[in-house]
Design a protein around this ligand. Structure first.
Ligand code: ITT
Length: 197
């Protein structure tokens, strides 16, 4: 298992979830808050996997530390999988969580089929660019017609979890971490780490 790992995300919601789920492992955790000079890379990949790898390699090189990065997104069946890889920028270049939610609710306004899922791909890279691991996790839900709850981040208030029977905006961090796409990907990663210890 790695001794040192930087959680390479600029998204504070993601960073908090990773820190919570990794805190009991014997790994020295770091975050990008320790490297304020590093700017975000352009996410030019066409898939979540390509972007997760791109971010892990980019940050590992610049921090000179093994880095874990995730690329995640929301996929709506009625929109043929959109916003997908474009989830963070769904409402344009200066997108915020609020403007993204507004656009998605508007695009889905007349859709009866509300099935959707969150997908997360995590990649771990060494400073020289070698990808050590790549794992994926999925979480199924229904897209709500309006925001419910204020917890979490991003699209959480409009995602109704089929397993929790509540929106992620209503879930505690512990409840979300029991079923989320990110938690599932991370569990796979930890299993792999433990097997190859
Ligand atoms: P980093 O690239 O720095 O990690 P980011 O927010 O740009 O941060 P992504 O490119 O992976 O991350 O975009 C993920 C998008 O999906 C973003 O809009 C998130 O708000 C949303 N998202 C991902 N996981 C989520 C979750 O658990 N709950 C709600 N929204 C989520």
């Amino acid at each position: 298992m790695l001794r040192q790992l930087c959680i390479a995300t600029k998204n504070e919601g993601k960073a908090a979830e990773f820190m919570e789920m990794l805190k009991n492992l014997p790994i020295e955790l770091h975050s990008l808050a320790e490297f304020p000079g590093i700017v975000e890379p352009e996410e030019t990949g066409k898939t979540l996997s390509a972007n997760a790898r791109l971010k892990a390699q980019y940050y590992a090189k610049l921090t000179n530390m093994p880095c874990l990065a995730d690329d995640s997104g929301l996929e709506c069946a009625a929109l043929n999988g959109a916003p997908g890889v474009l989830t963070a920028r769904y409402s344009g270049e200066n997108a915020t969580d609020k403007s993204n939610i507004e656009k998605l609710l508007s695009d889905m306004k007349f859709c009866i089929r509300r099935n959707c899922c969150f997908r997360c791909v995590i990649a771990v890279s060494l400073p020289e660019g070698k990808i050590l691991n790549e794992v994926e996790g999925i979480c199924d839900g229904l897209l709500l017609h309006e925001e419910v709850g204020t917890a979490g981040f991003g699209y959480d208030p409009i995602f109704w979890s089929k397993e929790l029977h509540m929106s992620f905006g209503e879930a505690t961090q512990e409840q979300k971490n029991a079923v989320s796409h990110r938690a599932r990907a991370l569990k796979r990663l930890i299993q792999i780490w433990k097997k190859h210890r």
